[in-house]
Design a protein around this ligand. Sequence first.
Ligand code: ZN
Length: 331
Amino acid sequence: MEIEKGIKYFEEAIAACIEYCNSNLTEAGHSTIDIAYDIASDSSVGGTSSYNGEKYLIEINYGVLKKINDIYAILLHKNNESFYQKISLEQTFDDYKADFYLSLLVEESLKIVIFHELAHVLNGHLKYLYQNSSEKVNLNLINEDNNELEPLFSQALEMNADAFAATHCISMLTFPKSIYMRNEQCQGLIKNKSHAYLIFYIASGILFSELGMSNPRESKPLNELYYLPLRTRYDTMIRCSTNAYFKLNPEQSSDSEFLNHEFLREMSSNTELYHSMLRVKQGGSNLNFDIKNNIEEISEEYINHADEIFRYWSNTVREPLLKHTIFDLPK
Ligand SMILES: [Zn+2]
């Protein structure tokens, strides 16, 4: 993707997600929220959001998503037929269709990042942070230096932002009219709702993989972290996305045979394998990159910790946020 074209595409995607959230607000009889946005060039995180007491700003980093675009350009090349088969549920590679899958996967990755940041705005996280911080200059959740929240509180907000992103992406992607419209552009692109889920699942897996799931990290005491470890975070996001899928599409209950958390957890290493295969192809990859790295982050201890954060959200975090949000917050 050329930079100019890419930036314009990013801006349109952000505007469309803001518009989507604002139309939900209007439909529920509320006024809309003014959210400014910008494209930044950082490539260590997907995006950031901030509030200065008057204005909200979300910034999406071109760097990470450009890399995601390049990854799919290689994964969806005809030399990697197995990835195409996995994503299309078809045996024979189709060049024309591969381009549509590339756009769709990049769009989903971008939406995960955008909706995550929008959650910090719309679910009252930034306003809460603003009220509870001593230094009131452009408060930004991702920045640990001016994050004055308790670590567990911060972990719960991040988890809520991931859940918001998963729910919105699944809602948009499995909406029958949206499936129909995509198939109008490219026949047979999305076979059915469970296929739409699969596309989200792979897009989120590659995104988290690119954010560094397999890079070696020092493990720190869970209660001191401001952000859940990446593998734990991905695991809870998948859990939230299947919950959203079945809640929004109750008629799909028979999909639970393979769209269940245990199975998807096993499968996620496959997605990472595609990513690591690609790093090897690109050469010059970090030699310490290994899908076994940080594997403790999906151990029982970490999963139990994530469960604890779910409870902490319900018991401690949700209530004080309510006065800063007009959206209903999950229990
Ligand atoms: Zn965040």
